[in-house]
Write a protein that binds this ligand. Structure first.
Ligand code: ATP
Ligand code: MG
Length: 422
């Protein structure tokens, strides 16, 4: 038997309702803020991610699915969404069209150790706003994220925020941090020792307990910000307060990606164990230029959909679609008419589940009950002969025989009874 690859998961019909609910909620909220969906390729040239995400990051260093195609090109399955969107922004000259508010959803690929809420193929919803450096863009985007999370019913959320300043600010800070960490070198975890020369800021968000203790007393990045970086950060915090969005400053929050500037944030849920972060993002004023486009200020975030679905599963039953009608038929003529009637009702805006079994009426009725339908439509030889149908309301058991043509003319009455709601 062929198994699915480790770190991949089928999303089965019993769960797909959660995914659709999440996608629909996000789409509605993003659309209200006039964000447009963008769909970009799932694979790109490897160099896009190497440059866009940064060689010293975990993603590029150890997590990418990279292969050579038959034309000897290095190709990578996208590990995240921003690099591809920015590549598209540049290659389609979207910068000529003013500020771009974009969102995307789809699968991402990272070679990781699979566990609850961590897969090798996983899904994100993300947004990018390109062409503005206004702190209002940061806060609008964060507010959209919190609105989406609240709309799907998550209340126990924590927003951590920090500023990583600009490249120059970080350069000075990096030196101070390395000077502070050097004496503790032997006590750091292995990854962090390695990062001391390659990417020292990332040591701050090490998951190792001893390293975390050491990092607690490290100099703070915030103290190295230039006046203009500090002003940006203060404005962001003030605007969050204006919107009554609670936050806490987390000096160790630096994010994994090299292109971030100014604001960095993460949203965590207390209801998830080790994989608690449901959304992360920040400002990345350096990336568009780095990838060969015009210098462009930008902000973005991404949400991990698997983790949100795990939370939704704890909160509610799976939102499964229930049909308006369950159509039961038996006998050659009845079955043929049943198919036609089902299509006509669907075209009139109703959902109809057609029993295709041809089994005894009793068995079909049982399935009709279990389907959650509002009403059963029953067609046997007698009904087919007269072109009628038996309409049976499943809640009350009430039945009526009516002409098929009459049923099709009853749309308004049926809608008044709550059918055809979607
Ligand atoms: P983590 O620290 O959990 O590895 P990250 O910093 O690598 O997260 P980002 O690159 O910022 O994560 O991605 C944004 C969000 O996507 C994360 O907050 C998380 O919810 C989700 N995510 C990241 N990697 C995975 C994965 N392998 N499986 C499922 N969800 C993921
Ligand atoms: Mg990661």
């Amino acid at each position: 038997m062929i198994q699915a690859l480790r770190g991949t998961k089928d999303i089965l019909p019993e769960d797909v309702g959660y995914w659709q609910q999440l996608e629909q909620t996000a789409r509605e909220i993003l659309t209200k803020a006039v964000y447009s969906e963008i769909r970009v390729p799932i694979f790109e040239q490897t160099s896009l991610f190497e440059r866009g995400i940064g060689e010293a990051t975990d993603i590029v260093g150890k997590e990418m699915y990279t292969f050579k195609d038959r034309g000897d090109r290095f190709i990578t399955l996208r590990p995240e969404g921003t690099a591809g969107v920015v590549r598209s922004y540049i290659s389609n000259k979207l910068h000529a069209q003013g500020v771009q508010r974009l969102w995307y959803t789809g699968p991402m690929f990272r070679y990781e150790r699979p566990q609850a809420g961590r897969q090798r193929q996983f899904h994100q919803i993300g947004l990018e706003v390109l062409g503005t450096g206004s702190p209002r863009a940061d806060v609008e985007a964060i507010a959209i994220a919190t609105d989406i999370l609240k709309a799907i019913g998550l209340n126990d959320l924590q927003l951590d925020i920090n500023s990583v300043g600009r490249g120059e600010d970080r350069q000075k800070y990096r030196e101070a941090l390395v000077t502070y960490l050097e004496p503790y070198k032997a006590d750091l975890d292995e990854d962090s020792r390695d990062r001391l020369t390659r990417n020292p800021l990332r040591i701050l968000d090490s998951k190792d307990q001893k390293t975390q203790e050491i990092a607690q007393d490290a100099p703070k990045l915030i103290e190295y910000l230039s006046d203009s970086s500090k002003k940006h950060f203060d404005t962001v915090l003030q605007l969050l307060t204006d919107l009554e969005i609670k936050y806490q400053i987390n000096h160790c929050l630096v994010r994994g990606l090299d292109y971030y500037t100014h604001t960095a944030f993460e949203i965590q849920s207390a209801d998830l164990g080790a994989q608690a972060t449901v959304c992360g993002g920040g400002r990345y004023d350096g990336l568009v230029g780095e990838l060969g486009g015009p210098e462009t200020q930008a902000f973005g975030w991404a949400m991990g959909m698997e983790r949100l679905v795990l939370l939704l599963q704890k909160l509610q039953e799976s939102p499964t679609a229930k049909p308006d009608f369950y159509l039961v038929s038996r006998g050659e003529m009845a079955e043929a008419q049943g198919l036609v009637l089902a299509q006509q009702l669907r075209n009139a805006g109703f959902t109809v589940e057609l029993d295709l079994s041809g089994s005894a009426f009793g068995k079909q009725f049982k399935r009709g009950d279990r389907s959650g339908a509002v009403a059963c439509l029953v067609l046997g030889d007698a009904e087919a002969e007269k072109q009628t149908v038996n309409l049976k309301w499943l809640a009350s058991g009430e039945q009526q025989a009516i002409a098929q043509s009459e049923l099709l003319g009853m749309s308004e009455e049926l809608r008044a009874k709550g059918l055809g709601a979607k």
